[in-house]
Design a protein around this ligand. Sequence first.
Ligand code: FAD
Ligand code: SF4
Length: 433
Amino acid sequence: MQSELIQKLTTDLHKPLSAHEALVESDRCYFCHDAPCITACPTGIDIPLFIRQINTQNPLGSAKTIFDENIFGGMCARVCPTETLCEQACVRNTAEEKPVKIGELQRFATDTQMQTGKQPYSRGPATNQSVAVVGAGPAGLSCAHRLALKGHKVTVFDGLEKSGGLNEYGIATYKTIDDFAQHEVEYILSIGGIEVQHGKTLGKDFTLDSLKQDFDAVFLGIGLGNVNNAGLISGDVSNVENAVEFIARLRQAQNKADVSVGRRVIVIGGGMTAIDAAVQSRFLGAEDVSVIYRRSQSQMNASDYEQSLAQTSGVLLRTHLQPRQIVLNNGVASGVEFEYTRTDGDSLVGTGETVTYECDTVLLAIGQSLAEQAQQNGITLSANRIQVDDQQRTSDANVWAGGDCASNGEDLTVAAVQAGKLAAESIHATLSS
Ligand SMILES: Cc1cc2nc3c(=O)[nH]c(=O)nc-3n(C[C@H](O)[C@H](O)[C@H](O)COP(=O)(O)OP(=O)(O)OC[C@H]3O[C@@H](n4cnc5c(N)ncnc54)[C@H](O)[C@@H]3O)c2cc1C
Ligand code: SF4
């Protein structure tokens, strides 16, 4: 039983479609002329066109249609919450029918192309302009790829050892198996003209001012480096961990079974990170896993699909409970005390009634925020993210930003890819004027 669960960590959540299945599924698309699925895709992929290309047995052409708008089309096919984006908008998404499986078709096309080992793009004729990109996550690499396509020389700096950002360190193991994140990075970089320097941190190894002196433009795609703990814990408690760090540790573990969570796990939060941490804890063999959220289930940030994945994996969702304190026993967390909540108009209030749940591990998934170094660059912030306009320009004329760190970030891979792409177009227009 234990080994069956562990296997789920490294088994595809959705088995890829075979060529025949893709053909049959592509036949379900009406190729709508006003395709609402396109509008619902943050990167604006021409969905009916790529499905038509699969239908006419042209998967490489289909992949090109996808990559033209989203160079991370392979990862997005695996991790996009399609049930709240393109597939929700699909006209076949009715009480009687199911939407066209757009995500799975996208994966079929992009996997077919990526298996050829060659991307359908090459670097444009070299300009004599150079751009620094800070952060090798989806936003940074999407920006870098589009800039290389235009012929600019790009240097990407990342504080970590591997590229990919949360694609490598955050996305659940079962959504991106077989080291797909690294294969995709190699695929994207194979356009040429992009140098990546790892172990180079903005604010420690270099400053924004030095980048502005050395490069013609700068793009910041640094994500949200701080994890919140709502004052629940100070100092190190061995069995209390931020869910993002727990997932990163699990993603990087050679042997997943070496990551131990005990029998009873409490995850505090209500977003995708909370659900991913809980499901992965179950697959690691924890018997009693709860996601505990302060509002109602319908107010959770995690989609209905994610919630149902948690429940069918044996995770209990407890709602209307806010954490009061972590109960320590000899310096180790033995439980968490919660207070029941209720909604009073627009506010959430505690009822005064409390309950304590015992546990072996506490995982905190209560949000992330912009790291301190990013706040000290003299750039205007808005709601603790870097303020940007609709072309991803910051308050500094030579600096663009996008993805989770930016004020229009949506905490979704696909939105970060789009922001990087828009920034690259804006940087190119500025450098060419
Ligand atoms: C646990 C978890 C699960 C998720 N699951 C999903 C999912 O299933 N589907 C989905 O669509 N979205 C998911 N998301 C959200 C998605 O991963 C992010 O929205 C996306 O990765 C944002 O991309 P980004 O490039 O802005 O930032 P990141 O992916 O965070 O990349 C930022 C990069 O910048 C680097 N960096 C940071 N600071 C510095 C610095 N000072 N100097 C140099 N480098 C720096 C980091 O090392 C990192 O490589 C998840 C997020 C988390 C936390
Ligand atoms: S809305 Fe659905 S049926 Fe219409 S083009 Fe998009 S995927 Fe095809």
